[in-house]
Design a binder for this molecule. Structure first.
Ligand code: 13P
Length: 253
């Protein structure tokens, strides 16, 4: 049975003090959650304080991005050592907002995935198509390019430590969620590409999250699909009760 992972991507939301309050609310809400891995990704600025809140609890810390160099003159960036020191376990890589607004490419995604794995952290590799690409019949080629690019020169052992988040761009922050069937079909395709690269054992072991307008009222249906192993949640992760409702749906599987 694959690990279910529900991760909250807070994006550019919450001040430091608001982040601490939200993290405390989530820690309290999920204390009896046993099977589902619960992850939160605050801003860089709030991460160290949030790390203190989640230390010793069943909530894991993620960062929203990383740079692939160890240190140096890279204004505005964060290194894996910095992430590790505060206890981050996951790094979100290649989010569509990074790809869309901040020049993320297949190559930089791959560099970040390698760096994250070399530091013993787990990458959450985000992939997804725009509506234009889907309607233009490019869904599979776009996803294949993103997957092949992200995993270039990554060993089987390392691939097993990674997580994939399939996030259709048209569903992110729009309230337009993929139907259970659309999400399942696409996620099965994603898993088939992983199988082509690494074989069935790896493809059956890797957790593939769905992201894009996942909410308490649609989570159970999505999470019941056989190739959906959790969620990467934006808006609904910003309140303990809505985030918890999604986690509870995963836990009930
Ligand atoms: P929403 O849940 O707000 O659509 O965001 C999804 C997302 O981009 C998570 O990374």
């Amino acid at each position: 049975m694959r690990q279910y992972i529900i991760a909250g991507n807070w994006k550019m939301n919450k001040t430091v003090s608001e982040s601490v309050t939200l993290a405390q609310g989530i820690v309290a809400a999920v204390k009896n959650i046993k099977k589902t891995e619960v992850v939160i990704a605050p801003t860089f600025l709030a991460a160290a304080k949030v790390a203190d809140v989640v230390k010793g609890t069943n909530v894991k810390l993620a960062l929203q991005d990383i740079h692939w160099k160890d240190q140096g003159a890279f204004t505005g960036k964060i290194s894996v050592d910095m992430a590790k020191e505060i206890g981050a376990e996951y790094i979100i890589i290649g989010h569509s907002e990074q790809r869309q607004y901040f020049h993320e490419t297949e190559e930089t995604v791959n560099l970040k995935v390698k760096k994250t794995l070399s530091a013993g952290l787990k990458p959450i590799i985000c992939i997804g198509e725009t509506l234009e690409q889907r309607n233009g019949g490019k869904l599979e080629s776009v996803l294949r390019t993103q997957i092949v690019g992200a995993y270039k020169d990554i060993s089987v052992e390392d691939a097993l430590k990674s997580v994939i988040a399939y996030e259709p761009v048209w569903a992110i922050g729009t309230g337009v969620v993929a139907t259970d069937e659309q999400a399942q079909d696409t996620q099965a395709f994603v898993r088939s590409v992983v199988k082509e690269i690494y074989g069935e054992k790896v493809s059956e072991a890797i957790s593939i999250q769905y992201g894009g307008s996942m909410k308490p009222d649609n989570a159970a249906g999505l999470l019941a699909q056989k190739d959906i192993d959790g969620g990467l949640i934006g808006g609904a992760a910003l309140k303990p009760d809505t985030f918890f409702a999604i986690i509870a749906a995963a836990e009930a599987r």
